[in-house]
Design a protein around this ligand. Structure first.
Ligand code: 1GP
Length: 241
């Protein structure tokens, strides 16, 4: 499957709203996968993202192999580290943390990844990843040792997103961080969206259908939800087609 990005573009042009369920291999065991994926399949989810900030070696690959048995949805890696790359997924968000100034997350990890990617069939999607403050320190902030952008400074957020696009990023991911106290605001999403030509991903702290609608109504093309499903799978029942 090498059409993940073009399918995202065509879905958006047809006015579809995309939803990725994020699975963290550090929190979901292989044994839990089948029941969880059944819920995903019954929901409006269009993609499965797999990744986490800190994950044991091989946990990602084992989980992806298991998840694939139960779904036809595209599985996209959202890796916190090079060790989370696996050929069993369909695509990879090749993330550059453009909100921060840590060279490891701008280009360092990417160079380390090349030896694995050279022999892989993964569809690699360059993605500008922008961390925005959300009320408390998030795992991304801790692991990457970068400061999130201030949520008050919308101009800086917009300009960072646009700079990412002009550098050639095919997706821009606005991130409040996993388990964020506050999801990104309607205003922030809408100002960024107005400036972008590439698709906009929004994630972090979305726990209700209302917050999901707010993100879509203000320009999110694809929304990512992880923690709300981890905490309560019955949230899927609210997200049936
Ligand atoms: C985290 O944006 C994703 O990287 C999803 O965040 O876990 O808060 O839904 P939540």
């Amino acid at each position: 499957m090498k059409e993940i990005y073009s399918n995202i573009l065509s879905s958006i042009s047809e006015g579809k709203r995309l939803l990725a369920v994020l699975i963290d291999p550090d929190k979901m065991t292989v044994e839990m996968a089948s029941g969880f994926i059944k819920k995903v399949n019954e929901s409006i989810a269009t993609h499965i993202f797999v990744g986490g900030s800190i994950v044991d070696n091989h946990a990602t690959e084992n989980l992806v192999v298991e998840v694939k048995k139960y779904t036809d949805l595209p599985i996209v890696l959202f890796p916190g580290d090079v060790t989370q790359l696996t050929n069993y997924a369909d695509a990879l968000l090749f993330l550059a943390l453009i909100s921060g100034d840590n060279p490891e997350y701008l280009i360092g990890k990417h160079i380390q990844a090349i030896s694995k990617l050279k022999n892989s069939n993964l569809e690699v999607i360059p993605t500008g990843y922008i961390l925005i403050e959300s009320g408390r320190q998030t795992a991304v902030e801790k692991v990457t040792k970068t400061k999130p952008l201030s949520r008050q400074n919308i101009l800086q957020i917009v300009d960072t997103a646009k700079a990412g696009e002009l550098l050639g990023m095919r997706l821009i991911y606005l991130e409040a961080g996993s388990g964020a106290l506050h999801p990104l605001t309607a205003e922030m999403i809408s100002f960024v969206k107005q400036e972008l030509k590439v698709p906009l991903i929004v994630g972090g702290g979305i726990k209700s259908k209302q917050q999901l609608e707010t993100a879509y109504n203000n320009g999110a093309d694809l929304v990512v939800i992880g923690t709300a499903f981890e905490n309560d799978v019955s949230f899927f029942n609210e997200l049936r087609p």
